[in-house]
Design a protein around this ligand. Structure first.
Ligand code: ATP
Ligand code: MG
Length: 252
């Protein structure tokens, strides 16, 4: 489908955000379509995380409108965004180290079964569903693996499996590959491919040019709170994106 036919899963119009006298975002417009992987790049302080937090319901925008799957939305807290199908995977993944992979996938949304007047955790059902989710993502993580013994890439798989549980329609990843090894980066990029295959839109915030060029369909460059470029990946180059990030090139 071309963008003219599809309804964007996410549409921002004129989004601005001020923190006191600091203008973190100014007049940002963007659209993200189902099954599209969009790279969001920009130097430190460009406004990337602020934008993600606005979309995820952590902050209210000072200006502008957010539409999700065609309807205007107003998120007051993260659960509002999660309810419509927006999930975020942060660099400092909030996983519980002492629990298993399956327990982390279901953290806060545990499956229970009735046992007389009691509701007991249904560990068997959660392990089975977690195994399915890891299989869907082609991750070798096993439900009973302890998170504290996992590598960075395996942790990302657990965090991404969590987003599948809720049938997310938009997954935003803020620097998911910043602190992991080359082999694990490959694993995370292939997880992004899996999400795309399932029609999930992905927004990848990264400083790593090779990652963005490997998985993204489109790249958006932010500088000083403004969107400076929004281009199909085939229509640009790492050199041009670098110039846009640093300001050597004003806009494209
Ligand atoms: N809670 C806050 N209070 C005040 N200022 C903030 C707050 N969060 C962000 N800012 C400011 O907003 C601007 C954009 O910050 P943001 O964290 O969005 O940048 P970023 O593009 O994610 O950078 P990085 O690549 O370093 O993560 C910066 O000037 C920052 O200092
Ligand atoms: Mg940031």
């Amino acid at each position: 489908m071309t963008s003219a036919e599809a309804t964007p899963v996410l549409q921002l119009s004129g989004i601005g955000k001020e923190f006191g006298a600091i203008r973190a975002l100014h007049d940002v417009d963007m659209q993200v379509f189902p099954g599209e992987v969009v790279g969001l790049m920009g130097d430190n302080g460009a406004g990337k995380s602020t934008l993600v937090k606005i979309i995820a319901g952590n902050f209210r925008p000072s200006h502008g409108e957010i539409r999700f799957a065609g309807s205007a939305v107003h998120f007051n807290r993260p659960v509002d965004a999660r309810t419509v199908g927006i999930e975020v995977v942060y660099q400092d993944l909030a996983l519980a180290d002492n629990l298993t992979a399956a327990a982390n996938v279901f953290l806060g949304r545990e499956l229970k079964r009735k046992f007389g007047p009691f509701a007991l955790l249904d560990h068997k059902a959660m392990a089975a569903r977690a195994l399915e989710l890891f299989g869907e993502l082609r991750s070798e993580t096993r439900p009973d693996d302890l998170v504290k013994q996992m590598s960075g890439g395996q942790r990302q798989a657990v965090a991404i499996a969590r987003t599948r549980l809720s049938n997310a329609r938009l997954v935003m990843m803020d620097e998911p590959t910043a602190a992991i090894s080359v082999r694990q980066v490959e694993q995370v990029l292939s997880l992004i491919h899996r999400l795309k295959e399932q029609g999930v839109a992905v927004m990848l915030i990264s400083h790593r040019m090779p990652d963005v060029f490997a998985v993204c369909d489109r790249v958006i460059v932010m500088r000083r709170g403004e969107k400076r470029a929004d281009k199909a990946i085939q229509a640009t180059s790492p050199e041009e994106v670098t110039a846009l990030i640093t300001g050597a090139k004003e806009a494209a």
